[in-house]
Design a protein around this ligand. Structure first.
Ligand SMILES: Cc1cc2nc3c(=O)[nH]c(=O)nc-3n(C[C@H](O)[C@H](O)[C@H](O)COP(=O)(O)O)c2cc1C
Length: 370
């Protein structure tokens, strides 16, 4: 079947970003995704990319990040593009409209997006109803948020866990979106402990024991990073997602939308999110599985995230600029890089950068002594 995406993309570019996004999701819901990919997307993944984590068999480590399919409309269509797993949400317990429009901006010259969507959500029940009826082929994570006007964040997340545990393969406590006032404060030491302890208890009370991950912000101070690592290990969460969008604006952005308020994603986020990943790998001594996200646009980017400590990676923004065939391209390049460096699996490469830097430090120290 012909890949029509190169013809569709110029049309989408002419439309306001949110209109283009909604049209894309509708087209995928209508089954038109098969006209947007090459045959290569349907081929089985190379065995070197497979990984077992949290009791789940990931066919490859490249996932769709939260925010694209907020309401669980198209997880299977996204899996058909070749993603190894799909994260839906953020969903909130009750439906809410999000921030006023416009709230989504493409920074074409920077290969970036600024968004201040503000958890626009059809509510968790609607998303879960859709997932109940789905064929269970894709690994689906559910990303949970709190309602903007909610007084008690713990109650909102706990409600999300109770409802989503029935259908999710993993759950994410999202406390790092910059567009819900006060949300990111939940990452601070005292609040984080007070949040995670009851949420893990709630998770234990559910019929199915679902892995519980926490998604963090790239804008954390060094002290906040240390605190999160300590609390994450003490409390016993199953993993971290590193990272959400940034409110920082790195030097050199050229687009006129760069100064819009909201979270920046895409290429300019790669360095900050990867360095946070490396920090968290070091601070947790490799003891906590992590999903690396932020600016992944090639197999080399995915490989760098894995070497920095990620077991899995996710992407969103690059898909907007490069189209769905990107997923196949990333997997192919990643498999080649792993093989070229002598790895026989993704798992072997996780954190390789940290290991080689500590080896060279040790070698430097011992040669200094001699
Ligand atoms: C339009 C848009 C909406 C997003 N919405 C969410 C969201 O609802 N929940 C969430 O955890 N992350 C959300 N994100 C963040 C992404 O999941 C991801 O962490 C971030 O964009 C970095 O990855 P990328 O550079 O590959 O896009 C959103 C990102 C974009 C661009």
């Amino acid at each position: 079947m012909a890949n029509l995406y190169p013809l569709i993309r110029p049309v989408l570019r002419q439309l306001p970003a949110e209109v283009a996004h909604n049209l894309t999701v509708r087209a995928l819901q209508a089954g038109l995704g098969r006209f947007m990919i090459d045959r290569a997307a349907r081929e089985p993944d190379p065995p070197i990319l497979a990984q077992r984590l949290w009791g789940l068999n990931f066919p490859n480590p490249v996932g769709l990040a939260a925010g694209f399919d907020k309401n669980a409309r198209v997880p299977e269509a996204m899996r058909n593009f070749g993603f190894g797993f799909v994260e839906i949400g953020t969903v909130t317990p009750r439906p809410q409209p999000g921030n006023p429009k416009p709230r989504l901006f493409r920074l074409e010259g920077d290969q970036a997006i600024v968004n201040r969507m503000g958890f626009n959500s059809g509510g968790i029940d609607a998303a879960i109803d859709r997932l109940h009826g789905r064929p269970r082929t894709a690994i689906v994570g559910i990303n949970l948020g709190k309602n903007r006007n909610s007084r008690d964040a713990v109650l909102d997340y706990a409600e999300g866990i109770r409802r989503a545990a029935k259908v999710a393969d993993y759950l994410v406590v999202n406390i790092s979106s910059p567009n819900t006032p006060g949300l990111r404060d939940l990452q601070r030491r005292a609040s984080l402990r007070a949040l995670l302890v009851p949420l893990l208890r709630t998770r234990e009370e559910c019929e199915r024991r679902v892995p519980l991950l926490v998604k963090i912000s790239p804008d954390l101070t060094p002290k906040e990073r240390e605190d999160i690592a300590t609390i994450a290990l003490d409390a016993g969460i199953d993993g971290l997602i590193v990272s959400n969008t940034t409110v920082d604006r790195p030097a050199g952005l050229v687009s006129r939308y760069a100064t819009e308020a909201g979270g920046l994603s895409g290429r300019p986020l790669f360095a900050a999110s990867t360095s946070l990943l490396a920090d968290m790998y070091r601070l947790t001594q490799g003891g906590l599985p992590m999903i690396g996200v932020g600016g992944v646009a090639s197999g080399a980017d995915a490989y760098q995230k894995i070497r920095s400590g990620a077991c899995l990676v996710q992407l969103y923004t690059a898909l907007v600029f490069m189209g769905p065939s990107l997923v196949t391209d990333i997997k192919k390049e990643l498999a080649e890089l792993l093989q070229a460096e002598g790895f026989t699996s993704v798992a072997e490469a996780v954190g390789a950068a940290a290991r080689s830097s500590s080896l060279s430090k040790r070698a430097g120290a011992s040669s200094g002594q001699s």
